[in-house]
Design a protein around this ligand. Structure first.
Ligand code: C5P
Length: 401
C-alpha cells in the first residue's frame, strides 16, 4: 500500500531508536523506499549499518562524508527533503522537538526537516515527566500548528523504570498512521473486501482430482485493484500459480470447496464487500481413496459424487449489510441465466462473462463483461485486459457503497 512512496525517516537520540530497524522493515515491506537521517546521539542507540542494510540506502548522519575516492562530500539535505513524499521523525526526543519548533538547524536531521516540502509526521518518545512538561506540550502544539501530524506517545514501561505515557508509538501503529494518511482519500478506504478466486480441486485419491481451467486472474486483478483503491483485502484462492505482491492483500490459499467455504466464513461477518470470482467445483467425490487407485480397479469405472456447498448462495442467506457480487460464466442465454442467479442467490450484483466472446473467460488475459445490479438493466463493457475489467467492476460496485 506504500508502493513507490518515498519515506524519509529522521531518528533522534532516545532509547526508542532501537525499534527503528523494525519500523524500516515494516515500511519497506509495505512497498515504500526509505532513506534515513539520524542525529549523532541516535547512532549510540541504533547501528547505522543495520539501518543502511535494511533500507538499502546509505544512512545520512553528518553534513559531510568521505566519498569512495576519499574526498569530502556534502550530504545534500535539500535533495533529501525534496525526495521525500513523507518525513517521519521517530523517535522525536524533547530536544529535537524543541529545536524543530524553534527552527534550529545544528544537525542534518533538522536541516532536512526544514528543507522538506512533504507532510511531516512526528512520533515523540521520552520519559513521562518530560512528555507531560508544558514546554513539550507547547512545542508539540506549535508543530501541529504547522500542519504536522503527531502520533502520540503510548503508555507503558519506560527506560527509566517508571511507567506512564512516553513510549514511542509501536512501529506498526506508526505504519498504520502513515497508511491511513496515504489511503484516506482513496474510494475504498476503511472497507474490508473478501474475494474468492481460482478453481477448486476436489481429490479423488492422493494424486487425482476433479478441477477446472480457472486461472484465478480475474479474482487476483480484483484484489489488486481493491487494494490500490485503499481497501483491506482478503483473497481466498484455490490452486493457481499466481503470486500476490500488494501489501494490502492478505492471501489465503486453499484447495477444496469445503476449505474455501471455511476460510470465507471465518472472515465474512465484518466484511463490506464479497466477490465470488472462484470457479468452485459443484461436486466432489463422495469417497476419498486413501491410496492411489490402480489402473483397472473396479472403483474407478464410476465415481460417486456429492454436491459441494454453494458458498456465495449460503452467504446470500446470512448476509446483513455486505454487498455480494457473483460471477456467471455462461455459454448461451447469458443474461437470462445471470439474472436468475442474481435473484436465486440473493446477490446485489452479478458479473456476466459469456463463452460466446473470443478472448473472454477462463485462462485468457482479457475479459468481456456485463455488470448487472439487482433490479437494473445490464451495463456492457468492451473486451479489455482483466486489470481494466477489475477497475470497471469496482467503479460499478462503488456506485452502491
Ligand atoms: O451457480 P454458478 O456456479 O454458476 O454461480 C457462479 C457464482 O457462484 C460465482 O460467483 C461463484 O464464485 C459462486 N459459487 C460459489 N460456490 C459454489 C459455486 C459457485 O460461491 N459452489
Amino acid at each position: 500500500m506504500l508502493r513507490g512512496k518515498h519515506i524519509l525517516l529522521g531518528i533522534s537520540g532516545g532509547i526508542a531508536a532501537y525499534k527503528t530497524p523494525y519500523l524500516v522493515r515494516l515500511l519497506t515491506k509495505a512497498g515504500a523506499k526509505v532513506k534515513i537521517v539520524l542525529t549523532e546521539s541516535a547512532s549510540h542507540f541504533v547501528s547505522p549499518l543495520t539501518l543502511a542494510t535494511l533500507s538499502e540506502h546509505p544512512v545520512a548522519a553528518d553534513f559531510t562524508f568521505l566519498d569512495e575516492q576519499g574526498q569530502v562530500s556534502w550530504n545534500n539535505h535539500v535533495e533529501l527533503g525534496l525526495w521525500a513524499d513523507l518525513m517521519i521523525i521517530a523517535p522525536a526526543t524533547a530536544n529535537t522537538l524543541s529545536k524543530m519548533a524553534q527552527g534550529q538547524s545544528d544537525n542534518l536531521l533538522l536541516v532536512s526537516y526544514l528543507s522538506a516540502k512533504c507532510p511531516i509526521f512526528i512520533a515523540p518518545a521520552m520519559d513521562l515527566d518530560m512528555y507531560k512538561h508544558p514546554t513539550t506540550k507547547s512545542n508539540l502544539k506549535v508543530l501541529e500548528g504547522y500542519g504536522h501530524i503527531v502520533i502520540p506517545a503510548e503508555k507503558g514501561l519506560l527506560a527509566s523504570g517508571l511507567s506512564g505515557e512516553g513510549r514511542m508509538a509501536e512501529p506498526q501503529h506508526i505504519v498504520d498512521a502513515i497508511l491511513d494518511f496515504f489511503t484516506k482519500p482513496l474510494p475504498l478506504h476503511g472497507k474490508k473486501v473478501v474475494i474468492t478466486a481460482g478453481p477448486t480441486y476436489e481429490p479423488i485419491d492422493p494424486v487425482r482430482f476433479i478441477g477446472n481451467r480457472s486461472s484465478g486472474l480475474m479474482g487476483f486483478a480484483l484484489a489488486e485493484q481493491a487494494a490500490q483503491m485503499g481497501a483491506k483485502v482478503i483473497l481466498i484462492s484455490g490452486p493457481t500459480h499466481l503470486e500476490q505482491t500488494h501489501a494490502g492483500v492478505l492471501l489465503t490459499r486453499v484447495e477444496t470447496a469445503l476449505q474455501m467455504q471455511e476460510a470465507v466464513l471465518e472472515v465474512f461477518s465484518d466484511c463490506d464487500v464479497f466477490i465470488g470470482a472462484a470457479a468452485v467445483a459443484d461436486y466432489r467425490p463422495k469417497e476419498l481413496a486413501t491410496q492411489k487407485i490402480k489402473k483397472g480397479a473396479t472403483s474407478i469405472s464410476s465415481i460417486a459424487l456429492v454436491e459441494n456447498p454453494d458458498i456465495i448462495g449460503d452467504l446470500g442467506r446470512i448476509k446483513k449489510n455486505q454487498f455480494l457480487v457473483g460471477f456467471a460464466l455462461e455459454s448461451h442465454d447469458g443474461l437470462k441465466y445471470a439474472q436468475d442467479k442474481l435473484k436465486k442467490k440473493n446477490l446485489d450484483a452479478i458479473v456476466l462473462n459469456t463463452l460466446e466472446h473470443q478472448g473472454a473467460g477462463f485462462g485468457y488475459e482479457t475479459n468481456q463483461i456485463s455488470f448487472i445490479h439487482i433490479g437494473q438493466s445490464p451495463v456492457s463493457f468492451p473486451l479489455k485486459s482483466k486489470s481494466e475489467v477489475a477497475i470497471d467492476i469496482w467503479n460499478e460496485i462503488l456506485k452502491k457503497l
